[in-house]
Each structure stands twice: as structure tokens, then as C-alpha cells.
Design a protein around this ligand. Structure first.
Ligand code: 7TS
Length: 415
């Protein structure tokens, strides 16, 4: 029995948890799969797979429109997820939760509706140097259209945002802070409570990209006082193609709709269309019903384990992984923030990350290599790419040992 499991939160039985994830039971290139690419997408527990299957096998019908039994069942199951997500994020009401395709679509929804209405020439939007492209490009596009300006919070050598510089960027022209809760490339956990407060004091709103926080941390949108919070279901053990945008109802009500179509209307005539109430005003067309239902099962799954216990266990994994990888000569960890989620991004002197990833794959070890859709932070550290091991609560210290041994092998191959 390894040491980590002994010190894991009481009752955190990782061996038992792994049984719930069928994908983890396979061999890849003849070796047991070691899946360390969770920041790209997380694996799904059987209960999520079963919920999707049940929808298609038993309840399949369109939602919000049928009086017949199947439509009633599918509508109830889909809407139940909204209630589960409300609890998961501690939103005030279910109406503040919009189903979207993922974090990317949630952010684009805000930039295309609130942004187009409220951002004017000369206004400023603040992002950070740690952002994923999906929390940069939509704001750049908006700024270009409106003649507004994108300002960027710089990052220190540990991969932390420099708050004194952020403070200096805030001014009466600032309309929005758009910042990630957790960095996908480095794992940095940003002090978003404080950052949101600072934005509000300057009269700006705050949108949080929670794509990498939802799988790892307990989130409370009311305690954070976030104006918008976006997440992707697939990174939080749910299906791909479904995500959530949280927005304060006062803001959502004042925003114009985004896409037009079925379900988002109250009445339509050729003279005038009136729009549906929240959240449906932002949900045009038939959604990813099975995805929504699967997301509800994912929320149930992690809630049963407990986000606090997940975070505690993953922190131990991070400490273990950091120590193990630090012992490899020539390996440099990029991103050593004091507050980190379980992501270890690194470079090895003289070996390209893609070569590292390819050799590891032959050993059944899945990592991501590249710029992680966060090119500006790669530029900041003057590396074209990193190798990234991103962990989830089903990973083990034995898998980290396998990664460390694999990296030793990589070094032998390229020496
Ligand atoms: N924001 C962050 C912080 C992310 O890490 C990602 C995806 C997104 C937004 C976009 O999420 P999507 O579900 O809408 O595509 N990040 C990654 C990654 O790190 N590796 O692959 C995708």
C-alpha cells in the first residue's frame, strides 16, 4: 500500500474509485493506460455513461414541447441537471444557469450579447497572461469591433498573476475582468475572490473561466460574487458538447438574446418577436439533451465523493508528482505557483515535448504536449511548448512513478 493512499482523506479509496471508470481498465500499446491528460478532457464514470444510454434507450424525446410521457421524462431529467448544477455552484436560482456547449461557448455568449451591448469605443477589458485562447480571442474580437482595448495582467516567474500590476490596470474605462480560475497550462489557482472585488470597486464586471476549476475545486459563485462563470462538462467528468454559463439574473435579464430560434421565444409574429424568460432566452434550438442529463450524473458522482476531499487528495498527488519530477536531471517545471491545481507542466533540456509525448505514449502514458491553447504564457516563459501531466482524483502515486520512470526512459532514448 503506498504512502499517499494512507494519508488521503478518510475513506478516499482510489482503487475503488478507479473501478467506476471503464476506460481506465484498458491497456495501451500493451501497457496499462496511465491517463494524465485530464485538463484536455476527463474520463467518465459508468454512471454518466449509463445516464446517457438510459436517455437514448428509454426516455428519448425532445424537451420543453411534448405533452407525451417520453417528452415529460426527458424534460424532467434535463431540467434536474440545472438544479444539480445550481447546488454545485451555489447559484441563487436555476434561472441563472444557461446550458451551452462548453466554456468556449459560454464566454462567446457573454462577449456577443453583454459585450456588444455594453462595451464602447475607448473602454477596456482586462484579461491575464495565463488565459486559454478561448478567454482571449472572443474579447480581442469584441475590442476590434468596438474600438475597445485589451489590457493584460502580467505573470511572475512562478506563474502567478502580479496583483499590483492588475491594480494599476483598473480605471474608470475598465468594463470587464475576464480571468481564469485555474490555469490549464500551469495549474495556477488565481485569487479570484480578491480580483473580483477589485474589479467591482473599479466599477467593472467579472467573468470567470472556470473550465479548469470545476473538476478540482469547490465553487461558490455567490461567495465569489462572480458576475459570470463558465465551465465545460467534459472536463468535469461529464459528456463533451455540454457546459454551463452562470450569470447573475439581473445581468442576464438586461442582456439581448444571442441565437434566435425555437425555445428562446415567447411569441413570434412577422412584426415582432418577444423573448422567453431566463434561462430559455439564451437556449435557442434543441440542445444536447443527453449531454445535459449526463452532466447531472457527473455532478452527482463528484458530489457524492465531495469536492473538498477531491481537492485534498489531488493536492497530495500534486506534491508527490512535483517531488518525483523535480528529481529528474534537466527537467524544469514551468509554473511553481504557491496555489496550484494538480497540473505539472515541464520541459526537459534538449528534448522536444512532442518527442517526450510520443515515447511516453508507447508506454501507455497519455500526456499533452504543445502550447495548450495558451500561447501567450508559453511566450512569457520563452518556451514553444511544454509537456503537461494533468491529474484527476482517479490517478495514483503508482501512475506518477510510471511517469517518472517513463521520463528516465525518454532521456535514455534521446541521450
Ligand atoms: N478555458 C480553459 C482554462 C481551458 O483549459 C479550456 C480547455 C477552455 C477554456 C476551453 O474549453 P472547451 O471545453 O470549451 O474547449 N483546455 C484544454 C486543455 O488544456 N487541453 O485541451 C483543452
Amino acid at each position: 500500500m503506498n504512502a499517499l493512499i494512507n494519508t488521503a482523506p478518510a475513506g478516499f479509496d482510489v482503487a475503488k474509485i478507479r473501478q467506476d471508470f471503464p476506460v481506465l481498465k484498458q491497456k495501451v500499446h500493451g501497457k496499462p493506460l496511465v491517463y494524465l491528460d485530464n485538463a484536455a478532457t476527463a474520463q467518465k464514470p459508468q454512471s454518466v455513461i449509463d445516464a446517457i444510454r438510459h436517455f437514448y434507450e428509454v426516455d428519448c424525446a425532445n424537451i420543453h414541447r411534448g405533452v407525451h410521457e417520453l417528452s415529460q421524462r426527458s424534460t424532467a431529467a434535463y431540467e434536474q441537471t440545472r438544479g444539480k448544477v445550481r447546488q454545485f455552484l451555489n447559484a441563487r436560482t436555476k434561472n441563472e444557469l444557461i446550458f451551452v456547449r462548453g466554456a468556449t461557448e459560454g464566454i462567446n455568449l457573454v462577449s456577443q450579447t453583454w459585450g456588444r451591448k455594453c462595451v464602447k469605443e475607448g473602454d477596456e477589458i482586462i484579461v491575464s497572461g495565463l488565459e486559454h485562447h478561448s478567454n482571449i480571442v472572443p474579447w480581442q474580437m469584441l475590442c476590434e469591433e468596438k474600438g475597445a482595448k485589451l489590457r493584460v495582467i502580467p505573470v511572475n516567474d512562478s506563474g502567478e498573476l502580479i496583483l499590483e500590476e492588475y491594480e494599476k490596470l483598473l480605471n474608470p474605462r475598465t468594463k470587464l475582468l475576464a480571468v481564469g480560475h485555474v490555469s490549464n497550462a500551469l495549474g495556477t489557482i488565481n485569487p479570484i475572490r480578491q480580483m473580483i472585488d477589485m474589479a467591482h470597486k473599479a466599477g467593472a464586471l467579472a467573468l470567470i473561466d472556470g473550465a479548469q476549476a470545476a473538476p478540482h475545486l469547490k465553487i461558490d459563485v455567490q461567495a465569489l460574487d462572480a458576475d459570470f462563470y463558465a465551465l465545460s462538462g467534459h472536463k468535469a467528468f461529464g459528456p463533451t458538447g455540454i457546459g454551463i454559463l452562470y450569470g447573475k439574473s439581473k445581468l442576464l435579464n438586461a442582456m439581448p438574446p444571442w441565437q434566435g430560434g425555437g425555445d428562446m421565444i415567447r411569441t413570434v409574429t412577422f412584426e415582432k418577436t418577444t423573448y422567453n424568460e431566463l434561462p430559455y432566452k439564451f437556449e435557442a434550438g434543441t440542445p444536447h439533451i443527453a449531454g445535459g442529463i449526463g452532466l447531472g450524473a457527473a455532478v452527482d458522482y463528484v458530489t457524492a465523493i465531495g469536492m473538498d476531499r477531491i481537492a485534498a487528495y489531488e493536492h497530495e498527488l500534486l506534491v508527490y508528482a512535483t517531488a518525483a519530477l523535480s528529481q529528474i536531471p534537466g527537467l524544469r517545471i514551468i509554473g511553481t505557483a504557491r496555489e496550484k491545481a494538480a497540473v505539472v507542466s515541464f520541459v526537459i533540456e534538449g528534448i522536444h515535448p512532442h518527442d517526450i509525448g510520443t515515447v511516453l505514449d508507447r508506454m501507455g502514458i497519455a500526456v499533452r504536449t504543445g502550447h495548450h491553447c495558451a500561447q501567450p504564457i508559453m511566450d512569457r516563459f520563452q518556451v514553444p511548448a511544454t509537456t503537461r501531466a494533468s491529474l484527476a482524483f482517479y490517478n495514483t502515486t503508482a501512475e506518477i512513478d510510471a511517469l517518472a520512470a517513463g521520463l528516465q526512459k525518454v532521456k535514455e532514448v534521446f541521450s
